[in-house]
Ligand binder design. Structure first.
Ligand SMILES: NC(=O)c1ccc[n+]([C@@H]2O[C@H](COP(=O)([O-])OP(=O)(O)OC[C@H]3O[C@@H](n4cnc5c(N)ncnc54)[C@H](OP(=O)(O)O)[C@@H]3O)[C@@H](O)[C@H]2O)c1
Length: 305
């Protein structure tokens, strides 16, 4: 089903953007952020199923658009661990089909990937040139997606993002704050590091890359800085106290990744993404993750909400 507000106007020069995965945390934010300026339509899971390649072709091939962003994926890391075929179909094969369709239409294809393509053994930020070595089925399937997309469409852009949070679907930070509101004791992993990245920031940072067709291949995109899950949670809690959001807990205790016995899949202990390439390409510097988290807490947990 296609959004009824989308009307093709051949004389309008604004880019026409399609977002696949429009019901997700990132996809919903992309649609909202771009719709004010560009003709933007989103397809939710119910409207377009990555598991049906023929439906992808049938729906997208006749549709006029300049840019297609794929924010849909099988994102449950633990579920993927026991569902390899499904993960490969949705995270690797479907993106290949999307890349092909865009190539045939000469539309720009942007595919979203992850910091989980790395094994986490490094202790300085990963660059786009660093070797990948996923340690989970999710990571493997996302890496296979990158490879297939870039092989199918040499003008495709793959953006790797990390620890995505935003208002459209709860993530780690929301789970911690929900617990901290109800209980005095909360804990988070203190030996796993990356960078929380806010969905409206991803939309804004990605914007200049949509306009420059010369940018292709892999680009890392994340807020600035790095932290553990515990530091991330503590900062979000501190922001709540600062903004007068009632919380029972004041501090976040430390647990180790090894203690997370409920995790089915392995997670990289360190997966900070270097954004130097992005900064060189655009001249823009992502803002620090603490500022982004503070904005999110103020806007979505602040008084009166
Ligand atoms: N979340 C993170 O921390 C993180 C970190 C690094 C990279 N990423 C990447 O960022 C992208 C966006 O993730 P997100 O955080 O927005 O995750 P999300 O909220 O889980 O969004 C993924 C979307 O994909 C949809 N989807 C799942 N299976 C589908 C299918 N068969 N056909 C069509 N749509 C399907 C989901 O719909 P339903 O929910 O209705 O099934 C959901 O709307 C993904 O590529 C992910 O790998 C995320």
């Amino acid at each position: 089903m296609i959004d009824q507000h989308f009307v093709f106007d051949p004389v309008n020069t604004k880019p026409k953007i399609v977002v696949v995965g429009a019901g997700g945390r990132l996809g919903a934010a992309l649609v909202r952020e771009y719709a004010s300026r560009d003709e933007t339509i989103g397809f939710t899971h119910a409207q377009l199923d990555l598991g049906q390649p023929e439906a992808l072709r049938r729906t997208l091939a006749p549709l006029p658009f300049d840019v297609l962003i794929n924010a849909a994926a099988l994102t449950n890391v633990d579920y993927c661990e026991n569902h390899r075929d499904e993960a490969m179909k949705l995270n690797a094969e479907a993106p290949r089909v999307l890349a092909e369709v865009c190539g045939e239409k000469e539309a720009r294809f942007v595919h979203v990937s992850t910091d989980y393509v790395f094994d986490g053994e490094k202790r300085t930020p990963y660059t786009e040139e660093d070797p990948v070595d996923p340690i989970s089925v999710y990571g493997e399937s996302k890496r296979a997606g990158e490879e297939r997309v870039l092989a199918a469409n040499d003008r495709a852009l793959v953006i790797r993002v990390s620890w995505v949070f935003g208002p459209d679907r709860p993530s780690f930070v929301d789970a911690i704050l929900r617990k901290a509101r109800a209980e005095e004791q909360v804990a988070a992993v203190a030996d796993k590091f990356s960078t929380p990245t806010y969905t409206p920031d991803i939309a804004a940072l990605l914007r200049p890359l949509l306009d420059s067709a010369a940018v292709r291949g892999i680009v890392h995109l994340a807020n600035r800085g790095a932290c553990s899950w515990q530091e991330y949670a503590q900062w979000a809690l501190d922001c709540c106290h600062e903004f007068g959001v009632p919380m029972k807990a004041r501090t976040v205790a430390a647990v180790s990744l090894g203690e997370m016995t409920n995790f089915v899949a392995r997670r990289p202990g360190y997966s900070v993404l270097a954004t130097d390439k992005y900064e060189q390409l655009t001249g823009e510097t992502p803002r620090p993750w603490r500022a982004a988290v503070a904005d999110y807490v103020r806007e979505h947990y602040g008084k009166g909400r």
